[in-house]
Every structure is written in structure tokens, then in C-alpha cells.
Design a protein around this ligand. Sequence first.
Ligand SMILES: C[S@@+](CC[C@H](N)C(=O)[O-])C[C@H]1O[C@@H](n2cnc3c(N)ncnc32)[C@H](O)[C@@H]1O
Length: 207
Amino acid sequence: MDWLDWHQDYDDPSSDLSGRLRSVQRAIRNHLDAHRDGPIRVISACAGQGRDLIEVLATHPARDRVSARLVELDPRLADTARTAAAAHGLTGIEVVEADAGSTASYAGAVPADLVLFCGVFGNITPADTETTVRALPAFCTPNATVIWTRGRHTPDIRQDIRAWFTDTGFKELTFDAPDNVAWSVGTNRYLATTEPPTPPERLFTFQ
Ligand SMILES: C[S@@+](CC[C@H](N)C(=O)[O-])C[C@H]1O[C@@H](n2cnc3c(N)ncnc32)[C@H](O)[C@@H]1O
């Protein structure tokens, strides 16, 4: 898969991918709107061009309170994200070219208040998806929001993912899965009722 090509569907506002982007951006906006004071830390795994976060922050009143680490392996996409952040004067956005499946890539950026796993769970094994979901408490502040996506392609593990979140101490806020599209977007709040377990060094390996 050439991930640069994959991003081209974003240029068509009627594409499935653009519909998914709007859903993710609504969820990001909801989190920012609900947090009117203080710093907001964000991490984004496999961030691609970072359109979801950068496009929202470009016009959101919280923009200068946000510090974000975007973790993306492809230098071309990381560069696009960096350029877009700079074009909007978003000085709190750091784009690192690193393996998002490695826990070490988030050192210094977690615990975060907003955690984006968009375009990840559809490209890793169900076992890695479960490992990642169960590790997420260690990446989250109490009341953090996790935004994640997963297509309905086989094996359709979306209901398993929702159950893993609930079982790991998250409350589901929304699950946006319109009938006529292939994508789903989930948002979950970390309730932090117990001390998070130490995460494994490796969360997932991209397929
Ligand atoms: C499906 S795209 C999602 C991009 C973005 N999150 C979005 O939703 O628009 C997957 C992205 O993961 C990146 N990627 C693949 N393996 C990775 C890894 N091990 N660490 C970080 N990024 C990776 C790809 O380069 C690609 O940009």
C-alpha cells in the first residue's frame, strides 16, 4: 500500500474517506469544546497528513492550548503534516517520523487528553488491536477521549473493539457507523478507576 495514494480520496468531499474525516473531526471538536481551560495534550498514532487534527485546530479557539505529537512513519506524509501545521501557525504540533506501534514513540507526550487511533485498527491484526486497546489507559489522562476508527471489513471486529474498551475502563461516548458506508468512528472516555497497567513495548505491527 502506498499511503500517499491512499490519502488522495480526501481530495474528493463525496468519498467515504472524507465522510469518515468529518466524523472524526466532529469528535475532535466535541472534545475541545468541552475543555475550555488549560492545556490539552494530544497524540495521534499513524497520523498520516494529520488532516483530522490540523484542520480542526486551524480555526478552533483552543488551538493555542493544544500540544500534539503526531507519529507517522512515512517521511512524505509527515512532511505534509508539518507544512500544514506551520501554514496554520500551529506551533504546538510536533510531527515525529517514528513507529507508532512502539510505546517508546509516545514518551514525553503521554498521558494525553485526546488520543487518536484513526486508520490503525483496520491495518493490524485483531490480536494487536486488543493489545493496543488494553494498553491505552497508560496513554490517557483521567477523562481522556480516545477516537478510533475501524472499517466493517472481515473479520468485522468492531463489536469486539467496543467490548475491549468497556472492559478496560472506558465509557463509550459515541459509535458512528452509518448504514451506507464502510467506516465506523468510535469515541470512548477513560474513566481511570484503577491504576493503568504498564503497557507492552510493542503495541502493534502494521500489516
Ligand atoms: C490508513 S492511514 C491513516 C492516516 C491518518 N490517521 C488518517 O486517518 O487520515 C495509515 C497511516 O499509517 C502510517 N503507518 C504505517 N505503519 C506505521 C507505523 N508503524 N508507524 C507509524 N505510522 C505508520 C502510514 O504511512 C499511513 O499514513
